[in-house]
Design a protein around this ligand. Structure first.
Ligand SMILES: NC(=O)c1ccc[n+]([C@@H]2O[C@H](COP(=O)([O-])OP(=O)(O)OC[C@H]3O[C@@H](n4cnc5c(N)ncnc54)[C@H](OP(=O)(O)O)[C@@H]3O)[C@@H](O)[C@H]2O)c1
Length: 282
């Protein structure tokens, strides 16, 4: 299949990753339709079938998700509706129409209690409603026996788009002279543009041979405090920052203390070279 002939649909197009994909899409010769929630609500079975049948995409990139980690503890039904049931609907469409699927998932499918980076084979054990709903979405794809799919688990996604830690720190630094950030939760920040670029660059290789789960995060690891400090440095901010413990910053959903993804499978399969998280920050 030549790149020009690949027809792609991106769901959740007004979200962070959706906007990143859109911002770099002109670099590629694909025919991409970006659909936000108004144009395609993935929880509507009728809309999924009507809209996608009209477009007949070769590949669907599903970035649509319920991503409110704390609120999900109260809105469990809604989280499952979007992250699990709707993913099942999209997967069913893909199966019936021989459409390939790229689905985005999360480090929250693990318990976050590990001591070494999580490989794709590691046992899942989500500790939050958000993580459990995302895992249910993954499982509906895995159980469907879809011919060609990638489930890409990522972590600590940030960019200039949408709501994310990077933007929150800059906002807070604008309004405060001192910030307190947790220093006992480890993970790997992931530049959303880099993930978007990986997806568009490598999607011609999406096939039954490469199907499966992949971990994608910038390499190396840090705490939220390290990440915040690096963000402030990059922007020459004079805002002071202090390290605090998770117990001093209670949240509704329990946060993983160690959430580093091992991304060596992508390196092996696609010969992809990840940027270190600090270099990716720029
Ligand atoms: N952000 C992170 O740190 C992070 C980390 C790991 C994994 N991920 C995963 O990465 C993916 C992209 O995340 P993101 O940061 O781009 O999230 P995001 O900014 O919250 O984008 C998700 C988009 O999906 C839309 N959406 C919600 N319900 C929908 C529905 N029923 N139909 C269609 N669209 C719907 C949202 O619209 P509304 O906002 O209007 O509801 C939003 O525009 C998600 O699968 C997420 O689980 C994210």
């Amino acid at each position: 299949m030549s790149k020009r002939s690949i027809k792609i649909v991106v769901t959740g197009a007004s979200g962070q990753l959706g906007q990143c994909l859109k911002s770099i899409s002109t670099n590629w010769d694909y025919s991409i339709t970006f659909l936000d929630k108004q144009n395609l609500d993935i929880t509507s079975v009728k809309q999924v079938y009507d809209v996608l049948t009209t477009i007949q995409p070769d590949i669907i990139i599903n970035t649509a998700a319920y991503t409110h980690v704390d609120l999900a503890e109260e809105e469990s039904d809604r989280a499952y509706q979007i992250n699990a049931e709707a993913v099942n609907t999209v997967t069913r469409f893909c199966k019936e129409n021989e459409t390939k699927l790229i689905h985005i998932s999360t480090d929250y499918v693990f318990d976050g209690e590990g001591l070494e980076p999580y490989t794709e084979e590691r046992e899942t054990n989500p500790k939050t409603v958000y993580g459990a709903s995302k895992l249910a979405g993954e499982n509906s794809i895995l159980n469907s026996n879809l011919a060609a799919f990638w489930i890409i688990r990522t972590s600590w996604l940030y960019s200039n788009y949408g709501k994310n830690f990077y933007k929150t720190i800059l906002d807070l630094a604008d309004k405060n002279t001192i910030l307190s950030v947790v220093n006992d939760q480890w993970g790997s920040p992931t530049r959303a543009e880099e993930l978007a670029d990986f997806i568009l660059r490598y999607l011609p290789q999406l096939s039954s041979e490469t199907r499966g789960i992949y971990h994608f995060s910038n390499s190396g690891s840090c705490t939220w405090f390290d990440f915040a400090k690096a963000i402030l440095n990059k922007h020459n901010s004079h805002t002071e920052i202090t390290a605090i413990k998770s117990s001093e910053f209670p949240t509704k959903a329990r946060r993983p203390s160690y959430s580093v993804l091992d991304n060596s499978k992508i390196t092996q399969v696609f010969k992809y070279k990840f940027k270190n998280w600090l270099d990716a920050l720029g």
